[in-house]
Design a protein. Structure first.
Length: 180
């Protein structure tokens, strides 16, 4: 009996899922680190730095957000294709079902995060990186994004869910082996 994972189309979707997921997890983690590096330690007060340096930090933050959002889209394409192709074997591969449920729960959270990242991204020129809005407006949008507690908690939980999906895929609990 052939494995349900052996078809070329399934392998392609799993590849998209894996590559998109790896880039998404790394970019999301770095995105969070850069975002919180703009603040004084333990506060939500911006560091005392020149305006150009602050805008450059915010621009780097937006670029990492865009990378995380696009890679999540690639990951989503791979996940949807994998779920559609392998949905019939969820009973045999319980870990795959758990990964699918966690991923489906991630989608609305990541869409909300992407929308907030997009609002900030549109304040910069994509080619040159020049500010398209006054510095005060850019900082205000950045602060609104960073001070939104619900969004930040959901973002952290999404990242933890992503790492949980990886853990489930590695250890594969609830995997029924066929008897010979």
């Amino acid at each position: 009996m052939t494995s349900p994972f052996s078809s070329r189309l399934t392998k392609t979707f799993i590849f998209l899922l894996a590559v998109g997921g790896i880039v998404w997890l790394g970019a999301s983690l770095t995105h969070m680190i850069i975002g919180y590096d703009a603040f004084q330690s333990g506060t939500l007060l911006l560091k005392d730095q020149p305006e150009a340096a602050r805008l450059q930090t915010i621009r780097l933050y937006t670029l990492l957000g865009a990378l995380a959002d696009w890679s999540f889209l690639v990951c989503s394409i791979g996940a949807v294709g994998t779920i559609v192709l392998l949905g019939k074997v969820f009973k045999q591969y319980g870990w795959l079902m758990m990964c699918a449920v966690l991923f489906v729960l991630l989608v609305p959270v990541e869409a909300w995060i992407a929308w907030n990242n997009f609002r900030l991204f549109m304040l910069f020129d994509a080619g040159s990186g020049a500010s398209l809005a006054p510095a005060a407006e850019i900082v205000d949008v950045f602060l609104h994004r960073q001070q939104n507690v619900v969004l930040n908690v959901c973002s952290g939980l999404a990242l933890l869910s992503g790492f949980t999906i990886v853990t489930l895929a590695v250890w594969r609990p609830l995997h029924k082996h066929e008897s010979r």
